[in-house]
Write a protein that binds this ligand. Structure first.
Ligand SMILES: CC(=O)N[C@H]1[C@@H](OP(=O)(O)OP(=O)(O)OC[C@H]2O[C@@H](n3ccc(=O)[nH]c3=O)[C@H](O)[C@@H]2O)O[C@H](CO)[C@@H](O)[C@@H]1O[C@H](C)C(=O)N[C@@H](C)C(=O)N[C@H](CCC(=O)N[C@@H](CCC[C@@H](N)C(=O)O)C(=O)O)C(=O)O
Ligand code: ATP
Ligand SMILES: C[C@@H](N)C(=O)N[C@H](C)C(=O)O
Length: 458
């Protein structure tokens, strides 16, 4: 993490007040939450939905923060405390991160895409850790606040940083990539996430392709070669960017030649190696993520022969295909972090394909931010189910009801239960669980379906 004197920080960002009394103070690390202060931190206050973080500046310093920023339009900065007055705390945080990034010798990998950013980030970091000191985005800290915080958390001796870059509007990825200046990037796929804001998959692709604007000359771009919206754009970058593709099709640089879905993961082979790879995470879509990560690892001179070590140590961020057990001995796939049609289909296909269960139940909720066609997207999830592969469907939410409507035409009325209250859904669901049951729980973040997983574990 960043370690600077106040004087050095004043050389990196524009500070409006006289800091002479504090120039020799040492700042170590940056936080935006006074409840997480560590000694020596720089506390950066933000105005939130509930409270203005400026209210916690004195408490933060009392708890050990070395100094705090203070936005100049907020009255009454505390006197005689190490306060750095700035025009805008967010801009100051971002400028500090930008300056710090350019001091570091670190190589940066930037990862974006509609689905699989966090998973691919975790996989890439796992593979690279076999040979390098690696730091990565923690959790889902992938936006205009989260990425700068991640950069400021980088140690000087970190060799590779794996940074997740998220967006919900045009221009956001451009900002992040020009701050991070990656040496290699991944675009996992183009789905439907944030379609409400972007309006079309073409616009989503445009937004993800912004990541190339910050890529170093001669840098590596690993992209999903099955996606025409990406492949159609390579020509304009020929000569300045080296592209490598991954995907299911054999037209890619790397594609799977053998796939075996196991109870708690996958075994697979690829065209580019004789190795048999073990991936301890569910879902063949995660083989796609793994292949993208493997192309990055190969770019950093990790041989395929060493990659199983990295793949074996992968721990996905919670609520992504997380296999847990319920009170009745049932297996639960907690995939409740978020949902879009692409990820919902990947999850229901996985459950349909998994063998060895007496009963397979889906608990699916609303997919948010899909725009005008949201009902059709949900209805198609329902009609896409197979009566011989899914036993029961429970839905939660108003849009979940559209999944139920579509499913009734294939599963029949008796096997579909639609709810608008979690308590009622849980009560009915518990009637159908035993040690041979598999349950998938999935919906958008706003639906908080992890509450159902928790209820099944009590
Ligand atoms: C500024 C902040 O911290 N916001 C977080 C906070 O929001 P909230 O408004 O509720 O804050 P409060 O009003 O409670 O508090 C205000 C500030 O005061 C601090 N404070 C409070 C109490 C106290 O005792 N001491 C304090 O110091 C407090 O820390 C606040 O700073 O809480 C929410 C709930 O936990 C957080 O969600 C919110 O975080 C915001 C959204 C954020 O941007 N956080 C980033 C660090 C981040 O990266 N978050 C990611 C999610 C990113 C994401 O959604 N990405 C999208 C794609 C990008 C879309 C982009 N356009 C965008 O909008 O983000 C994706 O699809 O992946 C994460 O948390 O996972
Ligand atoms: N390549 C993929 N194709 C389809 N679904 C995927 C893919 N990779 C991951 N998913 C699914 O997408 C959901 C989110 O996974 P993950 O958090 O890795 O994606 P993300 O892009 O980081 O999401 P976010 O945009 O919220 O940051 C999970 O349900 C996961 O199983
Ligand atoms: C929470 C954010 N990362 C996200 O994925 N939003 C969509 C709408 C979801 O929650 O499914």
């Amino acid at each position: 993490m960043i370690r600077k004197s106040i004087k050095q920080i004043s050389d990196m960002i524009s500070i409006k007040n006289d800091i002479t009394p504090f120039v020799d103070l040492i700042v170590e690390g940056v936080t935006i939450d006074s409840r997480k202060i560590e000694k020596g931190n720089l506390f950066v206050p933000f105005k939130g939905e509930n409270v203005d973080g400026h209210k916690y500046v004195e408490a933060a310093i009392a708890k050990g923060a070395a100094a705090a920023l203070w936005q100049s339009d907020v009255p009454n900065p505390p006197a005689h405390l190490p306060i750095l007055l700035v025009d805008n705390c967010l801009l100051a945080l971002q400028e500090l991160a930008r300056e710090y990034r350019h001091e570091l010798p670190v190589k940066v990998v930037g990862i974006t895409g509609s689905n699989g950013k966090t998973t691919t980030k975790d996989m890439t970091a796992g593979l690279l850790s076999v040979q390098y000191k690696v730091q990565k985005t923690e959790g889902n800290f992938n936006n205009e606040i989260g990425l700068p915080l991640t950069v400021l958390g980088l140690d000087r001796d970190t060799e590779i940083a794996v940074l997740e870059m998220g967006m919900s509007a045009i221009g956001e990825i451009e900002f992040l990539t020009k701050l991070a200046c990656p040496d290699a990037i991944v675009i996992t796929n183009i789905g439907e996430s944030h379609l409400l804001d972007l309006g079309s998959r073409e616009a989503i692709a445009e937004a993800k392709l912004e990541i190339l604007l910050g890529l170093a000359n001669g840098g590596l771009a690993v992209i999903n070669g099955d996606e025409p919206l990406l492949m159609d754009r390579l020509q304009e970058h020929q000569g300045t960017i080296h592209f490598e593709t991954f995907g299911r099709k054999d037209t890619n640089d790397v594609f799977p030649t053998e796939i075996q879905q196991l109870g708690q993961g996958n075994r697979f082979k690829i065209n580019a190696s004789n190795e048999s790879f073990q991936l301890p995470v569910l879902g063949t879509h995660n083989i796609l993520n793994a292949m993208a990560a493997m192309l990055i690892a190969k770019h950093f001179a990790i041989p395929y022969e060493k990659m199983n070590d990295g793949l074996a140590q992968i721990k996905l961020t919670h609520m992504r295909m997380e296999l847990v057990e319920g009170k009745h001995g049932e297996k639960i796939i907690n995939d409740a972090y978020n949902a879009s049609p692409t990820s919902m289909l990947a999850a229901t296909d996985l459950v349909s394909d998994l063998q060895g269960y007496g009963r397979k139940i889906l608990v699916l909720g609303d997919m948010l931010e899909l725009g005008a066609e949201e009902e059709q997207y949900h209805y198609k999830i329902g009609t896409g189910l197979h009566a011989d592969k899914i036993d029961l469907l429970f839905t939660y939410g108003a849009l979940g009801e559209q999944i139920a409507k579509g499913a009734r035409s294939v599963l029949g009325e008796q096997r579909v239960f639609a709810f608008t209250d979690k308590a009622g859904l849980i009560r009915e669901l518990k009637q159908h669980l035993d040690a041979q049951t598999l349950v998938l729980v999935k919906a958008s973040r706003g639906m908080k379906l992890e509450e159902i997983v928790t209820a099944l574990q009590k």
